[in-house]
Design a protein around this ligand. Structure first.
Ligand SMILES: Cc1cc2nc3c(=O)[nH]c(=O)nc-3n(C[C@H](O)[C@H](O)[C@H](O)COP(=O)(O)OP(=O)(O)OC[C@H]3O[C@@H](n4cnc5c(N)ncnc54)[C@H](O)[C@@H]3O)c2cc1C
Length: 434
């Protein structure tokens, strides 16, 4: 039991974000503990499908002090390799990690001390970093409840493989990264897939001799902070571009899937008995995804031209399939032989266990680069916390360094104030830092 223990810093969550900040705190000599509800790598281990692999190239895995050193920097680690990468990180610097301990409530006392109720007893801390990940509860639209009761309906985080689903056709709802990759997984396994296509953009995997991610990196795209965009909120709400790292990486072209027998529709709009009704936005959604992918190529072309880079010329994408004007807007589940639905409809945040008033009307923590207006309380690993890679392997380390500096400054300030006034240094968190 941890009951009664006081820590200068508690890090909540032992995923890549929690481990990154732990490494940075260790380097600054700051005592802390990492409390992880499950095991390191839990999210990757338990909430990804069997054929899962990274969409981002391995060279972007830049955990502090432990950048990817494997044999395939341009490749895409599969699920078990990602888990091993995190486990190896733990072996590398041996963080003060306690697994199997969930923080159930976080409060701040009148003196500025943080009080954490955990599954292993109550502890206190001067400062707290919340690194519990960006994706908490699976979001499934309530219309799912109206579907025929005998349909199997996993969320994308519960989907494992085609074999897990009963024989028959599968409806995949949503075309973010997960939905597209799961639809492809099922399609490659020979399943009849019906896909409700949303408005997510896409990006080509390779263009003019390089991975588009490598071009965008060279172009400084990933170094841009949210403050360089006119609308921070809009940037943070952006949906990821779909593409895959499977088999060395390739495009995901939904039109090509359709040509090959996958049934595409617009957004799932309603359920009436066994009839599914889709929006009329299929053509627009496909066009939008292509336009974004081609726009990215335009910016790569401009960069190449500007710098006079010697790169092979590549023909542009030509759509290989178009929906007809009378493309079906309804499907009867029974007639189509659909026996399961994979809801690839994202996740909701759940920070209800944090009883500190730092959230906006949507439950999003208000912060600047992870620093909240409650002195001593920080977030790490939020999508676009500061840049594109904040919620990914690419830049979580940079954000962790920033927070560790802040935590260090806060601690030093408290020490100075304590020495001058005789106040206990545990008041650190009550002191403004800046
Ligand atoms: C389908 C999918 C594909 C992705 N693909 C990529 C990719 O290709 N490249 C990339 O860079 N990123 C990718 N990401 C994004 C990101 O890298 C992952 O979401 C990653 O898991 C985030 O790491 P994290 O440490 O911030 O959070 P998590 O990995 O979610 O870790 C949080 C940890 O906190 C623990 N925890 C939660 N609540 C508590 C609590 N109250 N007390 C104690 N512990 C708690 C959890 O058990 C968990 O282990 C993907 C995400 C998803 C969902």
């Amino acid at each position: 039991m941890l009951t009664g223990t006081h820590y200068p810093v508690v890090v909540v969550g032992g995923g890549q974000a929690g481990l990154s900040v732990s490494y940075c705190l260790r380097r600054r000599g700051i005592a802390h503990v990492v409390l992880e509800a499950n095991r390191v790598g839990h999210e990757w281990r338990t909430r990804r499908w069997d054929s899962f692999c990274l969409v981002t190239p391995n060279w972007q895995c830049r955990l502090p002090g432990f950048a990817y050193r494997g044999p395939d920097p341009d490749g895409f680690m599969v699920r078990d390799e990602i888990v091993r990468y995190l486990e190896d990180y733990v072996s590398f610097f041996q963080p003060p990690l306690v697994e199997g301990v969930r923080v159930e409530r976080l409060r701040r006392s009148a003196t500025g001390l943080f009080e954490l109720s955990t599954s292993a007893g109550a502890v206190t801390a001067d400062q707290v970093v919340v690194a519990t990940g960006p994706y908490h509860s699976p979001s499934v639209p309530r219309m799912a409840e109206r579907l025929c009761g005998d349909l199997v309906q996993p969320h994308s985080c519960q989907y494992r493989s085609p074999d897990q689903l009963p024989d028959g056709a599968v409806l995949v709802v949503g075309t973010g990264q997960s939905g597209c990759q799961i639809a492809e997984d099922l399609h490659l396994a020979g399943r009849q897939v019906h896909l409700a296509v949303g408005g997510a953009p896409r990006v080509a995997r390779f263009y003019r001799g390089r991975d588009c991610v490598a071009w965008l990196d060279a172009m400084g795209h990933y170094g841009k902070g949210v403050d360089e965009f006119p609308d921070v909120d809009a940037v943070r709400m952006r949906v990821n571009h779909y593409v895959t790292g499977r088999d060395g990486g390739r495009d995901i072209d939904l039109r090509a899937f359709a040509k090959d027998g996958m049934r595409l529709y617009g957004r799932l709009a309603a359920v009436h008995g066994s009839t599914l009704e889709f929006g009329g936005d299929l053509a627009a959604n496909l066009d939008h995804a292509d336009a974004v992918a081609e726009g990215i190529k335009d910016s790569i072309d401009a960069y190449i031209a500007e710098r006079g880079i010697d790169a092979p010329v590549e023909p542009r994408y030509v759509p290989v399939w178009e929906p007809d004007a009378d493309h079906p807007r309804t499907v009867d589940v029974r007639a189509a032989g659909i026996t399961s639905v994979v809801w690839s409809t994202g996740f909701a945040r759940d920070h209800r266990w944090i009883e500190v008033p730092v959230f906006d009307g949507r439950g999003y923590p208000m912060h600047w680069r992870g620093v909240t207006n409650c002195p001593g309380l920080y977030f790490l690993g939020l999508p676009w916390q500061y840049s594109w890679g904040s919620g990914r392997f690419e830049a979580v380390g940079r954000d962790a360094e920033f927070l560790a500096d802040h935590i260090d400054a806060s601690r030093r300030l408290a020490d100075v104030c304590g020495a001058l006034t005789g106040a206990p240094t545990t008041l650190a968190a009550a002191l403004p830092v800046g």
